[in-house]
Design a protein around this ligand. Structure first.
Ligand SMILES: *[C@@H]1O[C@H](CO)[C@@H](O)[C@H](O)[C@H]1NC(C)=O
Ligand SMILES: *[C@@H]1O[C@H](CO)[C@@H](O)[C@H](O)[C@H]1NC(C)=O
Ligand SMILES: *[C@@H]1O[C@H](CO)[C@@H](O)[C@H](O)[C@H]1NC(C)=O
Ligand SMILES: *[C@@H]1O[C@H](CO)[C@@H](O)[C@H](O)[C@H]1NC(C)=O
Length: 273
């Protein structure tokens, strides 16, 4: 008995010393499993966004559908079938601001297509209460004569119009106009706005989307200071993984202790009820 105890104690002591030297080491630089990046235009992009092609192909850190592309030093995000320019991200509010990619810089741009969210992929992304839906009717050959049209979009006898959601005058717009586009904008009021001829600036300013954690596994992971990641098992099906700040994969990261639940809940209240 005595001889076993005699042999054990140096081993125990060694284990304790090894343990403290790993945990107590102040020289180890902090690493993050989900590195920030920028596309060259100065906008720092962090989790839950991620750069497609920069991470391991079978596994990524960030939300599904939050993969970005860098093109001409601009971060682009895909919503439904179109790419949009990511103008700004507010990590404390959990919102992003995006604009059409195809807009020319003039005062008289044309909204190229409807703004749609792909709720299949990004069902945890949504419009915010600041967004307003507006409807453009382009190149109408017949129109109610009393309405004012968009002056800079007159082509001969053809007229174009823009109306706010819920305020579209009764008329068969679909029939008499060449195209109709539903866009989402943040209408701040003042200097013209969409209806007062300021629709060009309003389109350039873009629209705002809020996000929340994709699922309850992810919420639980983030609540313990972890980052949500996903791993493709067979190229098709993705499985959730929780990545702790030390790179460990675990169901939760309680050791890191940072509770972020309040952020998640605050952002949910931005959505329309
Ligand atoms: C983010 O949103 C908060 C809350 O609305 C606001 O106070 C803050 O200024 C915003 N930050 C940026 C960088 O826009
Ligand atoms: C969403 O999923 C449904 C059913 O799986 C599919 O029919 C539909 O085309 C999908 N929509 C988009 C925008 O991908
Ligand atoms: C997103 O917002 C729309 C209203 O703009 C609402 O009908 C829908 O339920 C919301 N979806 C989610 C997932 O919050
Ligand atoms: C409207 O018609 C003019 C001339 O016919 C054309 O140049 C312009 O591109 C059209 N605008 C839209 C939004 O289709």
């Amino acid at each position: 008995m005595a001889s076993i105890a005699h042999h054990l104690s140096p081993l125990l002591l060694f284990t304790i010393l090894l343990h403290t030297s790993i945990n107590g080491s102040p020289t180890k630089p902090p690493t993050t499993p989900c590195p920030s990046f920028d596309c060259g235009n100065g906008l720092i992009i962090s989790y839950p966004f991620w750069l497609k092609g920069k991470q391991n192909n079978d596994e990524y850190c960030g939300y599904p559908g939050f993969d970005l592309l860098c093109t001409d030093q601009q971060p682009l995000i895909r919503l439904s079938n179109h790419l949009y320019r990511l103008k700004n991200i507010n990590y404390s509010e959990n919102t992003l601001t995006a604009t059409y990619l195809e807009l020319n810089n003039g005062a008289c741009p044309i909204a190229p297509h409807d703004v749609r969210l792909n709720l299949n992929i990004s069902y945890f992304l949504n419009y915010t209460i600041e967004d307003k839906m507006v409807h453009f009717f382009y190149n109408c050959t017949l129109y109610p004569p009393s309405l004012s049209s968009i002056a800079c979009l007159q082509h001969g006898l053809k007229r174009s119009y823009v109306f706010m959601e819920g305020a579209i005058p009764e008329f068969d717009w679909q029939r008499f106009c060449d195209s109709t586009v539903s866009a989402v904008v943040v209408e701040k009021g003042g200097d013209g706005g969409v209806l007062g001829g300021g629709f060009g600036r309003v389109l350039q300013d873009g629209f705002k989307l809020g996000w929340r954690s994709p699922d309850s596994d992810c919420r639980a992971c983030e609540a313990t200071g972890g980052f949500c990641g996903y791993r493709y098992s067979d190229g098709l099906h993705r499985n959730f993984i929780c990545i702790c700040s030390d790179g460990r994969r675990s169901d939760n990261c309680h050791d890191n202790g940072v509770v972020e639940q309040t952020v998640v809940e605050a952002s949910a209240s931005l959505f329309y009820a």
